[in-house]
Design a protein. Structure first.
Length: 90
């Protein structure tokens, strides 16, 4: 079993309700949904930083390169549960 570190967070009530509803739809826990969503955000941020770094050395991506990247991303998403990220309980 994966190690976990317990944290306390404060959320606006409406946001907490929406997270709980999303977690229930995806059959995971509140904390599992938050952890998966945070991990997803961190991966997106890392990808954006990597692209920016690449562009600093090679210039902006061309429309063709952007189109190819978008097509690859869509193909990857189509292979993962119809575009849904996998969710695990924490």
């Amino acid at each position: 079993m994966a190690q976990r570190e317990k944290r306390s967070v404060s959320l606006p009530p409406q946001l907490a309700r929406e997270i709980q509803e999303a977690a229930a739809r995806e059959e995971t826990s509140f904390s599992g949904w938050l952890a998966d969503t945070a991990a997803h955000r961190l991966r997106l941020d890392a990808g954006r930083r990597a692209i920016a770094e690449w562009e600093r050395g090679h210039g902006p991506l061309t429309p063709a390169e952007l189109g190819d990247g978008l097509a690859r991303a869509r193909a990857l998403l189509a292979r993962t549960s119809g575009g849904k990220r996998s969710r695990r309980s924490a």
